[in-house]
Design a binder for this molecule. Sequence first.
Ligand code: FES
Ligand code: FES
Length: 167
Amino acid sequence: MERPVTLHVDGTVRKVSVDTRTTLLDGLRERLAVTAPKKGCDHGQCGACTVLLDGRRVLACLILAVTCDRSEVTTADGLGDSGSPHPVQRALLEHDGLQCGYCTPGQACSAVGMLDEAKAGWPSAVSGDLRQNVELTEEEIRERMSGNLCRCGAYPNIVAALREAIR
Ligand code: FES
Ligand code: FES
């Protein structure tokens, strides 16, 4: 069964008719040719498909496109542009936080979502005092970014980049 869906993708209104079983990831990549979010596992385990949905990070392979009708979808392409990258993107470049780059769009979107969550006071599994504002220590960053895998093992540089972006 097909249903029309309107998505606001990286500031552009996109209309598409999708099978109700289509994930947001497949809707973006296969139907709208939006290829910044990557398909790694397609099972919610690698984070390569992470986008911001109405400002919150989500795994696009675990969400049905029809449930995102009229939502704002921000991919890594929409975080900034080559002339004016988002501070997280700039820090990833400056700290050599990527090797093959496959996981990087998901890492960037996840980091932007993570920074907003910390700013809003959301604790993580390693937060000591749930009543205090969270300080984004290396341990906190590693825990909060643990859903984003990097097969190249660029983790030390990713963490260094995010510590820089926080400052
Ligand atoms: S492709 Fe979505 S989590 Fe791996
Ligand atoms: S940079 Fe290659 S998978 Fe992360």
